[in-house]
Design a protein around this ligand. Structure first.
Ligand code: SF4
Ligand code: SF4
Length: 91
């Protein structure tokens, strides 16, 4: 496999991984009364991150609490479990 095909394959794998997200926002606090300030509820009831490309690092919750936003892989590795999240329940 040449480099171009290899990187294309990685890109496709990344897109497939991202597509697993149901946009419930639970990992960003949507089900709590203190979600991340960057979490945006859309008209269809799903959520998006307002700063997705720059999300990693210190962020603030609506009550002013600071926390580190990290990859969902790392969130799960730290012991978090969201029952309806495909990343927590891979097929
Ligand atoms: S809990 Fe899982 S499905 Fe819901 S927004 Fe977070 S990563 Fe996506
Ligand atoms: S910054 Fe992180 S925790 Fe906040 S909405 Fe974006 S992904 Fe979720």
């Amino acid at each position: 496999m040449d480099d171009t095909a290899y990187f294309k394959k990685l890109e496709c794998q990344d897109e497939a991984y991202e597509a697993m997200c149901r946009r419930c926002g639970v990992c960003c606090g949507s089900s709590t009364d203190d979600p991340c300030v960057n979490l945006i509820k859309q008209l269809d009831g799903t959520y998006i991150c307002g700063i997705y490309e720059n999300r990693h690092g210190l962020q603030r919750s609506t009550t002013g609490g600071m926390f580190a936003c990290v990859n969902i892989r790392d969130v799960i590795a730290s012991g978090a479990y969201y029952p309806n999240c495909p990343y927590c329940n891979p097929i």
